[in-house]
Write a protein that binds this ligand. Sequence first.
Ligand SMILES: Cc1ncc(COP(=O)(O)O)c(C=O)c1O
Length: 352
Amino acid sequence: MIPISKPEIGKDEIEAVKAVLESGMLAQGALVEEFEDRFASLLGVEYAIATNSGTAALHTALASAGIKSGDEVITTAFSFFATASCVLMQGARPVFVDIDPRTYNINPEKVEREISERTKAIIPVHLYGQPCDMKELMEIAEEHQLLVIEDAAQAHGAMYRGRMVGSIGDIGVFSFYSTKNIVTGEGGMITTNDEKIAEKARMIRNHGQKERYIHECLGYNYRMTNIAAAIGLVQLQKLEEFNARRISNARYYNERLNLGSPYVAPGVRHVFHQYTIRVRAREKFLQHLDDHGIGYGIYYPMPLPRQPVFHSDTYCPEAEIASAEVVSLPVHPALSRDDIKRVVEVVNQYEG
Ligand SMILES: Cc1ncc(COP(=O)(O)O)c(C=O)c1O
């Protein structure tokens, strides 16, 4: 079986974790701070705040930005649940916008008509590792004085017109869940140039305290452990190599797969968290992959507005079609040349 994802954990990560375990300093400490500093430098931002998941990072970002009950937040109809559940966590309402069917990212042309007096922020998601159309989105946000919180959970190292995603909007959010381009097991990061937001995020991550046992605002235990940070520090050094391998695997597929290849917008560096194609009668294709031991993923089988918890009646036709057609093939850096040759062989054998 060729798996759809596999974390690349080497001796260095194991040694780093061992050292933390032996030190006895397991919880948030100096290594977390070092991971934050390195991550901020990589992105070229002033502040990075580590958390124990991408979901915690998103929630902290929204809370730090003051998103509250009665507010509306515009986001894509096609993403992982946490992109929008965090809006609910703040008592606000997610407003869903359809995608550009080529990139699967939020369609900026459809954003403006959803803006109301209650709109406070936009959460664009750089889905599958491909940056959104940030120029358009930033212009809309500026005109209407909205915050932009980039959900870059799938896009470490992706670039839009030479700028790292997560450094373009007011706040960026990353995940280090085990399938991501770099991993810490579970983990997340908030990035920003705004000192006030950074300070608030640090408090919210730690029970709303700046000073010990003085709880100035509602906060949570969203702290990252030194164990996770130790893995993250090693992984961060390998990010470029990992992304280069993902991009090279994607190029190999692009040149050979008969079923078409993903569209990449001009001026972006797509880091192929997922390599996603469209297949019309998908069930039959998935059976074919199952029969031949090729792992795959469906990201995502249902558009967000149709998730019962949102009680939304928004209909997004492009997100509906994408949900029915997308199939992600293994593209991760742990694949051997034989693995990707095998994927090509099996996919090209398929008769739809
Ligand atoms: C687009 C997107 N946003 C948010 C998250 C949440 O991250 P985590 O799983 O680390 O909580 C994920 C990860 O699964 C994601 O893919």
